[in-house]
Design a protein around this ligand. Structure first.
Ligand code: SF4
Ligand code: SF4
Length: 418
């Protein structure tokens, strides 16, 4: 496994998924739409139980933003659902019907900075990179008029898919590249940035075709190490959003479409073939797995090969922030061995950390020393765990150290000095 100073080369195992058409999978069982974390915080609903709803029909408002059904069906009530990433959630349960009714918003002509952000909010567009609402990011990053900082800022649509199996972003570039570029341009307009590009690490033939389609000045090709660098000029401030969110923003502005569906890659040796599937948010993962012919005995990992979370139970709704689901028959569970001090984890860490030292301090309860080891710079990319010859889950330990620093150290009466 080749090592880079800052990063690691991953063996791509994307199969035919990037070349095959996206498979549309409809829900036949109930779809679960999150409303609140607790039953006590249930919002006031604007639909009656057992009433029929259209896809995109508003069920309630949370923090003045609409929450809508992602499919046409019958609203049969609410229930608590346990989600492996988000914990317990109060969800509206929508049973699909034959209806194809879809509610849309009015398209936006000549959008300006406010109307773009409002359209992202009303269409409930989530950034697939982290599951955060796109409108929240745009509001947070928006520069004031004539702010000089906007000149050294660049908005990047991350379509790299530098994980081993994932290819949903590549599918967007194959099927909706012009729409995604328009969405990126509009997001940059909302922020008052004049510079933007789509970052890719596509194979050469696909990269050439993309440049011909949307213009080479709009495409930035990054190196093929993991984790990826979406832009290589450290003098600029780089802001990053997902390519699916860009395509969704384009659809919201031009056609008034709400963000009801996502594309995710279902891959691994537990499915007959890796596929990219288009599914409604809130669909039961088990149904998606069955549609892909997944081995019911295989281990299911939510997320990509580097940072994914194994899940015991596959009956939970697919929510924003998930673009890869792995089904692994050969999922190896390694028995961790003591650290041999090889330093590989430090070599590959793109944040420039010393993971082995952080883990050592954590294990020896030297919590006060953690503050000098910049643990907050860790983004949990997993590269250190991947290269560790001792099979240690270094990344999780570094993230634990980060939490520990913020709790135990302060509880001891320490003073943070960042
Ligand atoms: S998980 Fe954290 S410590 Fe490990 S390589 Fe990534 S950024 Fe560095
Ligand atoms: S890669 Fe693993 S064995 Fe090597 S120094 Fe880091 S933690 Fe220790």
């Amino acid at each position: 496994m080749p090592l880079f100073l800052r990063g690691v080369a991953l063996p791509f195992n994307k199969g035919q998924a990037p070349d095959a058409d996206v498979l549309a999978v409809s829900a036949t069982g109930p779809v679960y739409i999150p409303l609140a974390k607790e039953e006590a915080d249930a919002p006031t609903l604007c639909v009656e139980e057992n009433s029929t709803v259209a896809a995109g029909q508003v069920l309630c408002h949370v923090d003045r933003l609409p929450v809508f059904s992602t499919i046409a069906g019958k609203f049969i009530g609410t229930t608590m659902v346990n989600h492996p990433l988000y914990g317990s959630l109060l969800c509206a349960v929508i049973k699909p019907t034959r209806s194809k009714r879809v509610e849309t918003l009015p398209p936006v002509e000549e959008p300006d900075t406010d109307t773009i952000i409002e359209a992202a909010a009303q269409a409930c567009i989530y950034d697939e990179l982290d599951g955060i609402p796109l409108a929240d990011k745009l509001r947070l990053w928006r520069m004031a008029e004539n702010d000089q900082a906007a000149l050294r800022s660049i908005l990047v649509a991350d379509a790299t898919e530098n994980d081993i199996y994932g290819s949903s972003a590549w599918c967007i570039l194959k099927e909706q590249a012009q729409e995604a570029l328009y969405g990126l341009q509009m997001a940059a307009r909302a922020l008052r940035f004049s510079r933007y590009h789509i970052t890719t690490m596509l194979p050469r033939n696909r990269r050439r075709a993309l440049k011909r389609l949307i213009g080479r000045e709009n495409v930035f090709t990054t190196g093929d190490e993991y984790p990826v660098t979406v832009y290589d000029d450290s003098r600029d401030d780089v802001f990053c959003i997902g390519i699916q969110a860009c395509a969704a923003l384009s659809a919201a502005l031009q056609q008034g479409q709400k963000h009801t569906h996502t594309i995710l890659t279902v891959a691994g040796d537990g499915v007959p073939a890796s596929r990219n599937v288009r599914v409604p948010f809130g669909m039961d993962l088990e149904e998606v797995l069955q549609a892909c012919g997944a081995d019911p005995e295989a281990t299911v990992i939510l997320g990509d090969a580097m940072t994914g979370v194994p899940c015991q139970n596959t009956h939970f709704p697919l929510l924003p922030g998930i673009t890869t689901v792995l089904v692994m028959q050969s999922h190896a569970v390694r028995t961790p061995q003591p650290c041999i001090g090889c330093g590989r984890c430090a070599t590959v860490c793109h944040a420039g950390l010393l993971p082995y030292e952080i883990v050592r301090r954590l294990e020896n309860m030297h919590y006060e020393r953690l503050r000098y080891l910049s643990t907050t710079s860790c983004d949990g990319c997993g590269a250190c765990s991947y290269v560790c010859p001792a099979g240690r889950d270094v990344a999780t330990q570094v993230l634990n150290a980060n939490e520990t620093r913020g709790t135990i150290f302060l509880n001891w009466g320490g003073v943070e000095n960042e």
